[in-house]
Structure formats: C-alpha cells, structure tokens
Design a protein around this ligand. Sequence first.
Ligand code: PXP
Length: 246
Amino acid sequence: MNRPLRLGVNIDHVATIRNARGGDHPDPVRAAEIVASVGGDGITAHLREDRRHIRDEDLRRIQDATDLPLNLEMAATDEMLAIALAHRPHAACIVPEKREERTTEGGLDAAGQHNHLQRYVDSLREADIRVSLFIEASERQLDAALRLGVPVVEFHTGEYAHAQLDGDSERTARELKRIADMAALASKNGIEPHAGHGLTYENVQPIAAIPQLAELNIGHYLVGEAVFVGLEEAVRRMRDLMDEAR
Ligand code: PXP
C-alpha cells in the first residue's frame, strides 16, 4: 500500500500580502489556524534573510496558535541556525537563498557545499529538529544528502512545473521520471523523500502518485486560489486531488 501523503501548507505569501501594507492583515497565524482546521498536516514557513514575508515574531505566534508541526525553511547561515535552535520547530528544511531571487529558484548544492552544510545539519539534529535538504532530484545531490546524514530530502519540483506550464509533455514526463526515480532511491537508502515548489491543481497528481513521497509542501498556488475561493476550500481541494492520485 502507498504510504500516506502529508500536505504541508506554505503560508509565506499570506505574509507577503500583509507586508505590502505594513500592517497586520492578513495574518499568517490565521492562515495556519485554517490549515489546521481543514486537515492540513503541517505549516511551512521560510524566514528569509530580508524578511520579505515571514518575520521572526511570526514563528512563535504560529507555534503557539496550532499543534501542527512547523517546518522552518532556512538558509544555512549562523543567524538562521540560532533562530531555529531558539524556536525548535519540528523540522528545518535547508534551502539555498539569494537575496535577489524572486523565489527559491534551484536546489541546494549539497554536493558542492558538504563542508559548509555539515555543521548546520549536525547542530539541528542534535537539537532533535528533523533536517531536510531542498535539492534537485539527482543522484549527485542525493549521494551528498546521504553523506550528510539527513533523514529527509525535499525534491525541487520547479523544473517539472515549468515544463508542464510550457505544455512540453516530453520534458514534463522526463522531469517526473527523474523525481520518481530519485524518490525510490532515497527511500531505498532510508531517506524520507518530500517534494515541492510550483505545484498546482493541474500538476499535483502525477507527483502525488509517486508512492515513496511522504509529504508535499505547497504555498504560492494555494494562497493565490484562496483569493478566489478561500483558504479552506483551496486546501480541501488540493487534499482531495492528492488523495485521489494516491
Ligand atoms: N518547498 C520549499 C523548500 C520551498 O522553498 C517552497 C517555496 O519556495 C515551497 C516548497 C513551496 O513552493 P510554492 O510556493 O511554489 O508552492
């Protein structure tokens, strides 16, 4: 039987809208409460160096407001490590971060940054925080994740999402196979595979059907849909599509 597939909802862009006016509405904490009430499995939030969406004080407020596990996306910097150790989220996903990028554009170069990353992985693990690395679905990166001793990897689905948006079915199939193959390999090696980035109602099902995947993290599309149908409805519909694909 396929393992259950968790849905982590990334609420960053509720904070993006809030910050556009500098006030406190819409509050990402309210979004977290709604996600909890409709059966979301976790809250994901990326505290970026420039604090363009989630801010430091949001983390504690989100943790206080719901019992859902918090997955903190963070760059491998001393500042973020100190914040993670102070907040002790359930999970921390190490992501690459460039100040000028619009979103997290590619995976972490775990292979090229082994020595830099090891200290962060070890410190987070010692604090009982479940560490994952946001990587491209490639053997090279998966090998590096294995050497770093992380329990989880999250595969970047951005290329797959782009290919699907471009209507390029061959590329979409190739990207999907790459993710499916690496999810199988991760699982075989004792690493729990997750996936996320750019997932929508239209492209989620082939990813959700990959049997080894344990969690999808989805944000921008859900917050966008929430503008039209409300966050409850958007999360429910995504959940239904994921379950149907399983
Ligand atoms: N997973 C990770 C590690 C991310 O950094 C992000 C946001 O960039 C997501 C998932 C969610 O991506 P999206 O907002 O495109 O759904």
